[in-house]
Design a protein around this ligand. Structure first.
Ligand SMILES: Cc1cc2nc3c(=O)[nH]c(=O)nc-3n(C[C@H](O)[C@H](O)[C@H](O)COP(=O)(O)O)c2cc1C
Length: 333
């Protein structure tokens, strides 16, 4: 199944292997524009026969950057570089998506940082400003403008980053959202809901949302809560939930092969929505097991693709499948 195509809306990925979004902190001029590094890095994984490449967390506002060297999509000037990137990846036969992100209280750029509530991540981080209604509206609009620019740049998929303790995740979790207005309490989902709505006004392609399905804290959210959120996302037209976990509050995570797969499986079964599995998936057999047992629909590979851009080739050999080579490589494949 790993090498069978998968269709969402009008886009068909040639296999189920997804390059997980990974920050490169490689913008040269600290202005968020695509650098040669990004072109080489992503195109290499396309040559390596990854079906769908999801470009790293890309900031929808300058203050929403995790670091000053993050990619950005807050200005129309970013579109040209991103279009060069999508063209290059398409030429190598892969699909390409982008992760739209706002770091919230985990932003490390200079200037004010914002979050649903004025609570710092830990003692080393700054205290964020509590967002006003106007801040919330502006940020939702920034996600919409980011989606519009992603469309103009030629991306096939948009992934909204609602995981890892960044801004949207901070609204979802009761550990970080202490608001008493209509974005807090029972309505912690509202911010994400309004972002999805705003994005869908300008984007009708495949839409993924990455979540942290467990807060790893006694008072935090668990996968049960995320089954309910996932049902709402599905009702709003989200096509796939990319299931990660943690990083909302400092907590030790016991990471072992496939440690997050049970979350993807539970959400897939109980919310009846396609899921992506991610986290220490490093072998073809492991990926095949996840797909065949109906635990997820797509397999996201992170660090293993940093070590080995030809991982799809490695996985196909492991599964005894012959994978077509890029033409110039036929003699050595
Ligand atoms: C260098 C690096 C950068 C990352 N940046 C992002 C990111 O931009 N967005 C995101 O959702 N996850 C990010 N992650 C998490 C990965 O996408 C992935 O979920 C995680 O590494 C677990 O998968 P793996 O065991 O296959 O690496 C990053 C991970 C690494 C190692």
């Amino acid at each position: 199944m790993l090498f069978s195509p998968y269709t969402i809306r009008d886009v068909t990925f040639k296999n189920r292997i997804v390059m997980s979004p990974m920050c490169m902190y490689a913008c040269d001029r600290e202005d968020g524009t695509v650098h040669n590094w990004h072109l080489v890095h992503y195109a290499t994984r396309a040559v390596g026969q990854v079906g769908l490449i999801i470009v790293e967390a890309t900031a929808v506002t300058p203050q929403g950057r995790i670091s000053a060297r993050d990619l950005g999509i807050w200005d129309d000037n970013h579109i040209d570089g991103l279009r060069t990137l999508t063209t290059l990846v398409h030429e190598q036969g892969a699909n390409i998506g982008i992760q739209l992100a706002h770091a919230g209280r985990k932003a490390t750029v200079s200037g004010e940082i914002i979050a649903p509530s004025p609570i710092p991540f830990d003692e080393t981080m700054r205290t964020p400003k509590e967002m006003t209604k106007a801040d919330i509206e502006e940020t939702i609009h920034a996600f919409q403008q980011g989606a519009r620019r992603a469309k103009e740049a030629g991306f096939d998929v948009i992934e909204i980053h609602a995981a890892h303790g960044y801004l949207i995740n901070e609204f979802l979790s009761p550990l970080t959202n202490k608001r008493t207005d209509e974005y807090g309490g029972e309505n912690r989902y509202r911010f994400l809901s309004e972002i999805i709505e705003a994005v869908k006004e300008v984007w009708n392609g495949p839409l993924f949302v990455r979540i942290s399905a467990h807060d790893y804290h006694p008072d935090g959210l668990t996968v049960k809560d995320y089954v309910e959120y996932a049902k709402q996302m599905k009702a709003q037209g989200v096509d796939l939930i990319d299931v990660s976990s943690g990083a909302v509050v400092p907590a030790k995570i016991d990471a072992y092969p496939g440690y997050q797969v049970p979350f993807a499986e539970t959400i897939r079964r109980e919310a009846n929505v396609p899921t992506g599995a991610v986290g220490l998936i490093t072998s073809g057999l492991q990926a095949e097991e996840i797909l065949r047992n109906g635990r997820a629909d797509l397999i996201f590979i992170g660090r293993e693709l940093l070590r080995n851009p030809y991982w799809p080739k490695t996985a196909s050999s492991e599964l005894g499948i012959s994978l077509e080579a890029p033409k110039p490589y036929v003699r050595g494949w």
